[in-house]
Design a protein around this ligand. Structure first.
Ligand code: FO1
Length: 317
């Protein structure tokens, strides 16, 4: 059994590689939900949906999120009302684009949650509807929301405002996960960590995607207990994030934006870090941080490289 801690696009591509080299039924993905957002009365879970659509072979390959061949009629129609919404009302806002077909997922999820189902049940239903054979589990069924403090003193931002509305161009002085102190791991999460042959930390943003999962009370402790079997893939290659703001955020929050910074951050609960060939010269510093270092090709240009990376993370298990 393999358990994977997963954020969005990088994790989804890693998982698509993993299911080429192991039986999908042996894989559990514990997925970040702290970038979830409520829009137009709907619960949107971007990381869960990105993983689902990618494993279903239905994701938009260029964006890495949303559905291939998507249409945008609802967003176009909504824009008519956006112009009429009172000042300060988010009603009708279109800065976060929900495709017509993707909307069906949010309609279904929101309806089931309103009926009293929890997010873990709904996630299982949604992934089954897409014929995904891995088990996808939200990190928690409680509400946890990433909030970012802009360095210029302006008001705190929700994750998607920071990420999408302001295109992560805002310098940040602090990140918190509102509600995490009262959150409980979703059913099956602790067991999946405790019983896995290997736990893999996917190449996801350490601050925005992995830290919220580890911050759920009980999950960080469970990982530390399995430390010897926890392998992470660095999302930082040659000092830069392959996508998104991970490198800038690490620096803004006082961490070195490099494989060494990632190793220091993960060291309490990760025994092995997989770094890219481009960073081979820093393997000694990774090991000096107390983390065994494996060097290899980590950049997933396509399915073949994703499968090879997955095999590298499982080597020796
Ligand atoms: N990312 C964007 O850059 N712009 C969008 O309008 C946008 C909409 C969106 C809708 C559904 C969904 O599942 C993901 C969406 N994303 C969008 C991606 C999302 O912001 C990121 O994948 C994650 O939250 C970061 O992991």
């Amino acid at each position: 059994m393999i358990t994977v801690l997963a954020g969005g696009v990088g994790a989804a591509r890693y998982l698509a590689g993993l299911v080429q080299v192991v039986d999908p039924a042996a894989v559990t993905a514990v997925v970040n939900t702290a970038d979830d957002v409520w829009l137009h009365g709907l619960r949107v879970c971007p990381d869960l949906d990105t993983v689902t659509y990618t494993l279903a072979g239905a994701v938009d390959p260029d964006q890495g999120w949303g559905l291939a061949g998507e249409t945008w009629s609802a967003m176009t129609a909504l824009a008519r009302y956006e112009r009429r919404a009172p000042e300060g009302s988010p009603a009708g806002s279109t800065w976060f684009r929900l495709g017509d077909h993707d909307l069906a997922t949010h309609l279904y999820r929101t309806a089931r949650l309103a009926e009293g189902a929890d997010l873990a049940e709904v996630t299982a239903e949604v992934s089954a509807a897409w014929d995904v054979r891995c088990r996808l589990v939200p990190m928690t069924t409680d509400v946890v929301s990433t909030r970012l403090t802009p360095a210029d003193g302006s008001p705190e931002l929700g994750f998607q405002e920071y990420f999408v509305r302001y295109r992560h161009a805002v310098a940040v002085s602090a990140v918190r996960f509102a509600g995490v102190e009262h959150a409980r791991p979703a059913a099956g999460v602790l067991d999946a960590i405790a019983t896995a042959d290997r736990v893999v930390v996917a190449p996801s943003n350490p601050i925005l995607s992995i830290a919220p999962i580890v911050a759920v009370p009980g999950i960080g402790e469970a990982l530390a207990e399995r430390r010897a079997d926890v392998v992470a893939v660095s999302p930082i290659v040659a000092g830069a994030a392959l996508r998104g703001p991970a490198d800038r955020l690490l620096a803004e929050l006082g961490h070195e934006p490099s494989v060494v910074g990632v190793a220091r951050l993960y060291a309490p609960w990760v025994a092995t870090l997989v770094i890219d060939d481009a960073d081979a010269g820093r393997a000694g510093e990774v090991e000096a941080a107390g983390v065994r270092c494996v060097v290899g090709p980590t950049v997933m240009h396509g399915p073949a490289e994703a499968a090879a990376l997955a095999a590298l993370t499982l080597a020796g298990s």
